[in-house]
Write a protein that binds this ligand. Structure first.
Ligand code: HEC
Ligand code: HEC
Ligand code: HEC
Length: 132
Protein backbone atom coordinates (compact mmCIF):
# COMPACT_ATOMS: atom_id res chain seq x y z
CA UNK A 1 0.00 0.00 0.00
CA UNK A 2 2.74 2.41 1.00
CA UNK A 3 4.84 1.50 -2.03
CA UNK A 4 1.83 1.91 -4.33
CA UNK A 5 1.12 5.44 -2.98
CA UNK A 6 4.77 6.33 -3.32
CA UNK A 7 4.66 5.25 -6.95
CA UNK A 8 1.58 7.38 -7.58
CA UNK A 9 3.23 10.39 -6.00
CA UNK A 10 6.35 9.78 -8.05
CA UNK A 11 4.37 9.61 -11.30
CA UNK A 12 2.47 12.72 -10.20
CA UNK A 13 5.72 14.58 -9.73
CA UNK A 14 7.02 13.47 -13.12
CA UNK A 15 3.85 14.66 -14.85
CA UNK A 16 3.88 17.93 -12.91
CA UNK A 17 7.51 18.62 -13.80
CA UNK A 18 7.10 17.86 -17.48
CA UNK A 19 4.08 20.15 -17.74
CA UNK A 20 5.68 22.89 -15.64
CA UNK A 21 8.97 22.93 -17.56
CA UNK A 22 7.74 22.52 -21.13
CA UNK A 23 6.75 26.18 -21.74
CA UNK A 24 10.06 27.15 -20.17
CA UNK A 25 12.02 24.89 -22.49
CA UNK A 26 9.95 26.12 -25.41
CA UNK A 27 10.82 29.76 -24.65
CA UNK A 28 14.47 28.94 -24.20
CA UNK A 29 14.58 27.47 -27.69
CA UNK A 30 13.04 30.63 -29.08
CA UNK A 31 15.40 32.91 -27.20
CA UNK A 32 18.48 31.27 -28.69
CA UNK A 33 17.01 31.33 -32.20
CA UNK A 34 16.48 35.11 -32.14
CA UNK A 35 19.58 37.10 -33.12
CA UNK A 36 21.56 38.48 -30.23
CA UNK A 37 24.17 40.90 -31.60
CA UNK A 38 27.02 41.34 -29.13
CA UNK A 39 28.43 44.76 -28.20
CA UNK A 40 31.32 43.56 -26.02
CA UNK A 41 34.22 44.63 -28.26
CA UNK A 42 37.36 46.27 -26.78
CA UNK A 43 36.54 49.54 -28.56
CA UNK A 44 32.96 49.70 -27.25
CA UNK A 45 34.00 48.60 -23.75
CA UNK A 46 36.35 51.62 -23.68
CA UNK A 47 33.52 54.05 -24.43
CA UNK A 48 32.20 56.15 -21.60
CA UNK A 49 28.90 56.80 -23.34
CA UNK A 50 27.97 53.67 -25.28
CA UNK A 51 26.35 54.99 -28.42
CA UNK A 52 26.43 54.36 -32.15
CA UNK A 53 26.80 57.04 -34.81
CA UNK A 54 23.02 57.52 -34.68
CA UNK A 55 20.36 56.34 -32.17
CA UNK A 56 20.10 52.58 -31.80
CA UNK A 57 16.60 52.26 -33.27
CA UNK A 58 17.67 54.27 -36.31
CA UNK A 59 20.76 52.12 -36.77
CA UNK A 60 18.73 48.95 -36.49
CA UNK A 61 16.35 50.01 -39.24
CA UNK A 62 18.49 52.25 -41.44
CA UNK A 63 22.15 51.17 -41.25
CA UNK A 64 22.07 49.92 -44.87
CA UNK A 65 20.84 53.29 -46.13
CA UNK A 66 23.33 55.11 -43.95
CA UNK A 67 26.16 53.01 -45.39
CA UNK A 68 24.99 53.78 -48.92
CA UNK A 69 24.92 57.49 -48.11
CA UNK A 70 28.41 57.28 -46.64
CA UNK A 71 29.73 55.55 -49.74
CA UNK A 72 28.12 58.08 -52.09
CA UNK A 73 29.40 60.96 -50.03
CA UNK A 74 32.98 59.64 -50.01
CA UNK A 75 33.17 58.27 -53.55
CA UNK A 76 31.09 60.87 -55.41
CA UNK A 77 31.50 64.02 -53.35
CA UNK A 78 34.85 63.40 -51.71
CA UNK A 79 33.39 64.31 -48.34
CA UNK A 80 34.51 62.03 -45.52
CA UNK A 81 33.26 63.93 -42.50
CA UNK A 82 30.02 62.87 -40.81
CA UNK A 83 28.41 64.60 -37.86
CA UNK A 84 26.43 62.04 -35.87
CA UNK A 85 24.45 61.75 -32.66
CA UNK A 86 25.34 64.44 -30.14
CA UNK A 87 27.60 66.24 -32.61
CA UNK A 88 30.20 63.46 -32.64
CA UNK A 89 32.48 63.64 -35.68
CA UNK A 90 33.17 60.48 -37.69
CA UNK A 91 35.28 59.56 -40.68
CA UNK A 92 32.83 57.91 -43.10
CA UNK A 93 34.43 54.50 -43.50
CA UNK A 94 33.05 50.99 -43.34
CA UNK A 95 36.32 49.35 -42.29
CA UNK A 96 37.84 52.25 -40.40
CA UNK A 97 34.78 53.40 -38.46
CA UNK A 98 31.91 50.84 -38.26
CA UNK A 99 34.19 47.83 -38.01
CA UNK A 100 36.56 49.54 -35.59
CA UNK A 101 33.81 49.55 -32.96
CA UNK A 102 32.00 46.46 -34.26
CA UNK A 103 35.17 44.40 -34.64
CA UNK A 104 33.15 41.27 -33.82
CA UNK A 105 31.57 41.00 -37.28
CA UNK A 106 30.58 37.35 -36.77
CA UNK A 107 28.86 37.93 -33.45
CA UNK A 108 27.37 41.25 -34.55
CA UNK A 109 26.65 41.86 -38.24
CA UNK A 110 26.51 38.18 -39.21
CA UNK A 111 24.38 37.28 -36.19
CA UNK A 112 21.47 39.35 -37.57
CA UNK A 113 22.15 38.79 -41.24
CA UNK A 114 22.07 35.01 -40.93
CA UNK A 115 18.71 35.28 -39.19
CA UNK A 116 17.16 37.34 -42.01
CA UNK A 117 19.21 35.55 -44.70
CA UNK A 118 20.92 38.63 -46.17
CA UNK A 119 24.51 38.38 -47.28
CA UNK A 120 25.93 41.85 -47.95
CA UNK A 121 28.48 41.63 -50.79
CA UNK A 122 30.57 44.44 -49.26
CA UNK A 123 33.23 41.97 -48.08
CA UNK A 124 34.10 41.04 -51.66
CA UNK A 125 36.18 44.24 -51.58
CA UNK A 126 36.18 45.69 -48.06
CA UNK A 127 38.36 43.83 -45.59
CA UNK A 128 36.45 42.42 -42.61
CA UNK A 129 38.06 42.66 -39.17
CA UNK A 130 40.38 39.82 -38.14
CA UNK A 131 38.61 37.43 -35.77
CA UNK A 132 39.25 34.02 -34.29
C1 HEC B 1 32.07 54.60 -31.78
C2 HEC B 1 31.67 53.21 -31.85
C3 HEC B 1 30.67 52.82 -32.91
C4 HEC B 1 30.73 53.09 -34.26
C5 HEC B 1 31.78 53.90 -35.00
C6 HEC B 1 29.60 52.42 -34.86
N1 HEC B 1 28.86 51.79 -33.91
FE1 HEC B 1 27.15 50.77 -34.21
N2 HEC B 1 26.85 50.67 -32.23
C7 HEC B 1 27.75 51.08 -31.26
C8 HEC B 1 27.13 50.92 -29.95
C9 HEC B 1 27.77 51.26 -28.61
C10 HEC B 1 25.82 50.42 -30.18
C11 HEC B 1 24.73 50.17 -29.13
C12 HEC B 1 23.96 51.46 -29.01
C13 HEC B 1 22.91 51.48 -27.96
O1 HEC B 1 22.70 50.49 -27.28
O2 HEC B 1 22.29 52.54 -27.84
C14 HEC B 1 25.69 50.25 -31.62
C15 HEC B 1 24.56 49.78 -32.25
C16 HEC B 1 24.49 49.45 -33.60
C17 HEC B 1 23.39 48.76 -34.25
C18 HEC B 1 22.10 48.27 -33.59
C19 HEC B 1 22.36 46.94 -32.94
C20 HEC B 1 21.15 46.33 -32.30
O3 HEC B 1 21.33 45.48 -31.41
O4 HEC B 1 20.03 46.69 -32.66
C21 HEC B 1 23.73 48.59 -35.58
C22 HEC B 1 22.93 47.90 -36.65
C23 HEC B 1 25.02 49.22 -35.75
N3 HEC B 1 25.44 49.72 -34.54
C24 HEC B 1 25.70 49.30 -36.95
C25 HEC B 1 26.75 50.17 -37.18
C26 HEC B 1 27.23 50.57 -38.49
C27 HEC B 1 26.73 50.04 -39.81
C28 HEC B 1 28.22 51.49 -38.28
C29 HEC B 1 28.95 52.33 -39.30
C30 HEC B 1 28.10 53.13 -40.16
C31 HEC B 1 28.38 51.63 -36.84
N4 HEC B 1 27.47 50.82 -36.22
C32 HEC B 1 29.33 52.43 -36.22
C33 HEC B 1 29.01 51.58 -31.48
C34 HEC B 1 29.47 52.02 -32.70
C1 HEC C 1 20.13 44.18 -35.35
C2 HEC C 1 20.40 43.34 -36.50
C3 HEC C 1 21.48 43.77 -37.47
C4 HEC C 1 22.79 44.09 -37.19
C5 HEC C 1 23.48 44.09 -35.85
C6 HEC C 1 23.41 44.40 -38.45
N1 HEC C 1 22.52 44.30 -39.47
FE1 HEC C 1 22.86 44.75 -41.41
N2 HEC C 1 20.95 44.20 -41.87
C7 HEC C 1 19.99 43.79 -40.97
C8 HEC C 1 18.76 43.48 -41.68
C9 HEC C 1 17.47 43.00 -41.04
C10 HEC C 1 19.03 43.70 -43.05
C11 HEC C 1 18.09 43.48 -44.22
C12 HEC C 1 17.24 44.69 -44.40
C13 HEC C 1 16.36 44.61 -45.59
O1 HEC C 1 16.50 43.72 -46.42
O2 HEC C 1 15.52 45.50 -45.67
C14 HEC C 1 20.41 44.17 -43.13
C15 HEC C 1 21.03 44.55 -44.30
C16 HEC C 1 22.30 45.06 -44.40
C17 HEC C 1 22.91 45.54 -45.62
C18 HEC C 1 22.26 45.56 -46.98
C19 HEC C 1 22.45 44.18 -47.58
C20 HEC C 1 21.61 43.89 -48.75
O3 HEC C 1 21.98 42.93 -49.47
O4 HEC C 1 20.58 44.54 -48.94
C21 HEC C 1 24.18 45.95 -45.31
C22 HEC C 1 25.21 46.52 -46.26
C23 HEC C 1 24.37 45.72 -43.89
N3 HEC C 1 23.21 45.19 -43.37
C24 HEC C 1 25.53 45.99 -43.21
C25 HEC C 1 25.74 45.70 -41.87
C26 HEC C 1 27.02 45.81 -41.18
C27 HEC C 1 28.31 46.23 -41.81
C28 HEC C 1 26.79 45.43 -39.89
C29 HEC C 1 27.78 45.33 -38.75
C30 HEC C 1 28.59 46.52 -38.49
C31 HEC C 1 25.37 45.13 -39.76
N4 HEC C 1 24.77 45.29 -40.97
C32 HEC C 1 24.75 44.76 -38.58
C33 HEC C 1 20.14 43.65 -39.61
C34 HEC C 1 21.31 43.91 -38.91
C1 HEC D 1 33.61 46.00 -56.03
C2 HEC D 1 34.25 46.36 -54.81
C3 HEC D 1 33.38 46.97 -53.72
C4 HEC D 1 32.24 46.44 -53.18
C5 HEC D 1 31.57 45.13 -53.50
C6 HEC D 1 31.81 47.39 -52.16
N1 HEC D 1 32.66 48.45 -52.11
FE1 HEC D 1 32.53 50.04 -50.87
N2 HEC D 1 34.13 50.88 -51.76
C7 HEC D 1 34.88 50.30 -52.74
C8 HEC D 1 35.94 51.24 -53.13
C9 HEC D 1 37.01 50.98 -54.18
C10 HEC D 1 35.76 52.40 -52.34
C11 HEC D 1 36.57 53.67 -52.38
C12 HEC D 1 37.60 53.65 -51.31
C13 HEC D 1 38.14 55.03 -51.04
O1 HEC D 1 37.94 55.92 -51.85
O2 HEC D 1 38.72 55.17 -49.98
C14 HEC D 1 34.62 52.13 -51.48
C15 HEC D 1 34.17 53.01 -50.53
C16 HEC D 1 33.14 52.76 -49.64
C17 HEC D 1 32.78 53.60 -48.51
C18 HEC D 1 33.41 54.91 -48.11
C19 HEC D 1 34.89 54.80 -47.75
C20 HEC D 1 35.31 53.64 -46.90
O3 HEC D 1 36.53 53.42 -46.76
O4 HEC D 1 34.50 52.91 -46.34
C21 HEC D 1 31.75 53.00 -47.88
C22 HEC D 1 31.02 53.48 -46.64
C23 HEC D 1 31.47 51.77 -48.60
N3 HEC D 1 32.33 51.65 -49.66
C24 HEC D 1 30.49 50.90 -48.24
C25 HEC D 1 30.21 49.73 -48.93
C26 HEC D 1 29.14 48.84 -48.57
C27 HEC D 1 28.17 49.07 -47.43
C28 HEC D 1 29.17 47.79 -49.45
C29 HEC D 1 28.23 46.62 -49.52
C30 HEC D 1 26.82 46.92 -49.60
C31 HEC D 1 30.28 48.04 -50.36
N4 HEC D 1 30.89 49.22 -50.01
C32 HEC D 1 30.67 47.21 -51.38
C33 HEC D 1 34.71 49.07 -53.28
C34 HEC D 1 33.63 48.23 -53.04
Amino acid sequence: MKIYDGGKIFIGIVIFLSVATSPFLFNMGKATARPDPKLDTPEIQKMEKKQCVEPKEFMKAEHMTLLNDWRDSVVREGNKVYIGLGGEVYNMSLQGTCMKCHSNKKKFCDECHKYVAVKPYCWDCHIPPKEN
